[in-house]
Design a protein around this ligand. Structure first.
Ligand code: G3P
Ligand code: CA
Length: 327
């Protein structure tokens, strides 16, 4: 198993979003992706956090996926449990730590997810509907929750799973779950990874299964010595680059770091990605100040960005709606 690099007032929006995230008739308006849920407000990767984000009007919820000891896919960012859960108060270390891969799903289900960053254990005026809103959900539970919430809010809630391990077990688990739940090329769905090898493998398996669901390659914008703009694939010790045309050969879009210090994400990069047929999503919008956040969202929306991973979903939805209404 190869771990992938990790760079690392509720708005009951009445806006009904037509269309699907990955289909040819995708909506023109930029999409808001709840980065790890409403992670700026509530414990990340929990049904409670996803629900708050949905109530704030997001288009997609984002489960990062890890594999348990017994092969279950669970929504958690790290390959360890100790940063985001109370595992250390309930279990002794295993193999010198708390790797997700060393714990069974049953054991992980006994844990409580704790707030990180600016997150809290509750949000004013919001009561989660789930029976266990702050435990670690399985991928299937996230899928079920998105469908249930879609009915509750009257619009389709998309899912945007990330393969956090470059592992065939991860690839097969994602595809098996999505296939079993009726997802296809027209679904409001993106599958993301920092690994181009994982995405190439997923694409090959999708073709073999006759179900080509949309893929997103995560990384950074780069500028080559010849001046061409390329996608940087971030490895543990180095960044390799691919032309945007190469990326378009196996994905539908790119997810790009918005504040890369080596080479900034530019309008030229977004234009060239679009010309190659790629959507461009940006991560991570983490500005908590409403005024500063509005300016940052606007900067990238004006460049033509198609989707935004946001820690404060309400700020992202407000900025997106203001942008769309002003067009
Ligand atoms: O998946 C886009 C963004 O979430 C990547 O960062 O580390 O939060 O998964 P990370
Ligand atoms: Ca992610």
């Amino acid at each position: 198993m190869k771990a992938l690099t990790s760079l690392a007032a509720v708005c009951l929006s009445a806006l009904v979003l037509a269309g699907c995230g990955g289909s040819d008739d995708a909506p023109a308006q930029p999409q808001v992706i709840a980065h790890r849920g409403a992670s700026g407000y509530l414990p990340e990767h929990t049904l409670g956090g996803y629900e708050l984000a949905i109530r704030m009007g997001v288009d997609f919820i984002e489960p990062d996926l890890q594999i348990t000891k017994d092969g279950a896919l669970v929504a958690i960012h790290d390959d360890t449990l100790n940063r985001t859960t109370n595992v250390a108060t309930l279990f002794a270390q295993r193999n010198g730590g708390y790797k997700v891969a060393d714990f069974t799903l049953a054991e992980i289900k006994t844990l409580t997810v704790i707030p990180t960053g600016t997150g809290k254990t509750s949000y004013p005026g919001f009561t989660p509907s789930a029976a266990s809103p702050f435990t670690v959900p399985t991928f299937q539970e996230v899928v079920d929750f998105a469908k249930k919430q879609s009915n509750a809010v009257g619009r389709e809630v998309g899912i945007y799973p990330e393969a956090k391990q470059a592992d065939p077990v991860m690839e097969d688990g994602i595809l098996k779950t999505l296939n079993a739940n009726g997802y296809n090329a027209g679904s409001k769905l993106f599958i993301q990874s920092f690994s181009d090898a994982t995405l190439r493998s997923l694409r090959a398996k999708q073709i073999a299964q006759n179900n080509k669901m949309p893929l997103i390659l995560l990384g950074v914008a780069t500028k080559a010595a010849d001046g061409s703009l390329r996608m940087g694939v971030v490895g543990s010790t180095s960044v390799t680059t691919l032309t945007l045309q190469e990326v378009a050969g196996f994905t539908e879009g790119v997810g790009v770091l918005i504040n890369n210090t080596t080479y900034p994400l530019t309008k030229a990069f977004i234009d060239q990605a679009h010309a190659a047929g790629l959507k461009v999503h940006g991560w991570t919008f983490a500005q908590a100040d409403a005024t500063l956040a509005a300016a940052e969202f606007r900067q990238f929306l004006d460049m033509g960005m198609d989707g935004m991973f946001a820690n404060y979903p309400d700020l992202a939805v407000t900025a997106r709606n203001t942008y769309v209404q002003g067009k």
